[in-house]
Design a protein around this ligand. Sequence first.
Ligand code: TYD
Ligand code: MG
Length: 471
Amino acid sequence: MAKSASSFVCQSCGATAPKWSGKCEACGGWNTITEEGAAPPIGASATRRIKGRKFVLEDLKTEDAPPPRRITGIGEFDRVCGGGLVPGSAILVGGDPGIGKSTLILQALGEYARKGGHAVYISGEEAMAQVRMRGARMDLSQVPLNLGAATNVEDILATLEGASFHGKNRPPGIVAIDSIQTLWTGALDAAPGTIAQVRTASFDLVRYAKSSGAAVILVGHVTKDGQIAGPKAVEHLVDAVLYFEGERGHHFRVLRAVKNRFGPTDEIGVFEMTGKGLAEVANPSALFLGDRDSSAPGTAVFAGLEGTRPLLCEIQALVAATSYGTPRRAVVGWDTGRLAMILAVLDARAGVGISGSDVYLNIAGGLKISEPACDLAAAAALVSSVGGAPLPKDTVFFGEISLSGDIRPVPQAEGRLKEAAKLGFKQAFVPKGTKVDGLGLKLTEVTSVADLLVFAPRPSRSQPAKVPSSN
Ligand code: TYD
Ligand code: MG
C-alpha cells in the first residue's frame, strides 16, 4: 500500500491527523490544521541499519569551574535568567505581539555590547533601518552591536559561524533571533511560521548554541490562548522559557521565568515602558500600590511573593446586584476557578450570600497572580464590598483558604511581612501560627473565613451592596 507523503498537523497543539479537518480533535482549535511533509517513521534508522559513531562517556564530577555567566547589565533581566546567561544555553522569550520583547532584547544586547561584549541581533521582522531607529530611541546608537536582518536559518548560521570580534573569528557571547516565527530552513517545504519550520529552525539554533558556546535568545510570539505559536514545540528544546507580560493600557511589564535549567523559576523582573525603552523598577510594590485610595470598600492589599521577591499589590472586588438571570463573574489577573471556589466557601462557611450577585475582581496594575496565598485578600475584598465598608487602613492580608473555610499557612510569611513593614503598613491579617517579631506590625491571626465577617457589619442575603459611588 502506498504511504501518504504528507501528514496534517495542528499548528496549535502539534497533534497529527490522517486528513484535513476544520477542527483539531485534540485541542479543539478551529482552522489550525495544516498539511506538512511526512516525518520519517520512528525507528527508521534501525530498519535501514544506519551505523552510529561511538562517543566518549565521561565522569559526572569535574575539576573545572563552570564558565562565568554573561551579564547583560539589565539587572532585572539577569536576575530572571538566574544571574546572567549561561554560555551555550538557549532561552525562549515569549509574549504578546507589541508587548515589548524586541525592545527588551535589543536593550539587553545593547548594554552587553556597551560593556565590551560580543552581541549579535538578527531581526526577521523589522528592516535594519527600523531597528536602528529603535536603537536611537533607546540611546544605543553609539554602541558596537552587530545587527543583521535575515530569516533563513542556513544564512544565519553561516553568518554566525563566520562572525569576527576584534579582528578574530569568534562566536558571539549573546545572539538574539527576533522572532522564531519568521525563520525558515531550506530543508523543509513547509511555509515559514508552520510548526515544522519553527521547530526545525529553533532546533538548529539550539544546536549552534551548544556547539559554539554562544547564549542564544529566541523571541517568540504568543497566541491568544497563552501559548507560543509553533506552540510548546520549542519549549522543551530550550534551557529557559521567559514570558514577557503586561496589560495593554498599563506601562508595567513583567518578565517571568516559567522554566529555567540554570536558575529558579517563578522569578520575575519588573519594567516600565517609557519613551526611551524599558526602565527597571527597583521597588515594584510601591509601583503596584501606586496612588491607591484605601478608603474605598472592596479593596485589600495582598502581601504576595513572586519568585524570591515579596510583592505587594491591591486586590479590588465589586459585588453588585445582578440584572440578568445568571450572575456575571469577571476576573482580571486572577484565576476564575479560584474566585468561584472562594465565593462558594464564603457562602457555605460564612453565610455571606454572594452567589446571586454579579462579582468583579481585579488585580490592580495589570499584574497576574497565581499564588493561593492571595485567597484571604480576595475574600476580605469581597466581604468588604458586600458590607459596603472599607477594610482597616494600612493593612495587608495573606493566607490560603481551604474548602472547609479554614485559613492555611503559606510559605515565607516573614519576607511578606518585612516588605509590608518597609512600605509603612501597620497591620497584617495572617494564617494561624504565623509568628514574626520585631517588625512593628500588629498581627491578627485568622482561622476561618467566618472571621472576616467583622469587615461586613451588615451582610445581607437578599440585597448585595450597591455599586459604591466615586465621590
Ligand atoms: P516591541 O518591542 O516592538 O514589541 P514586540 O517585539 O513584543 O512585538 O514594542 C512595541 C511597543 O513598545 C510599541 O507599542 C511602542 C512601545 N515603545 C515605547 O513605548 N518606548 C520605546 O522606547 C520603544 C522602543 C517602544
Ligand atoms: Mg518584535
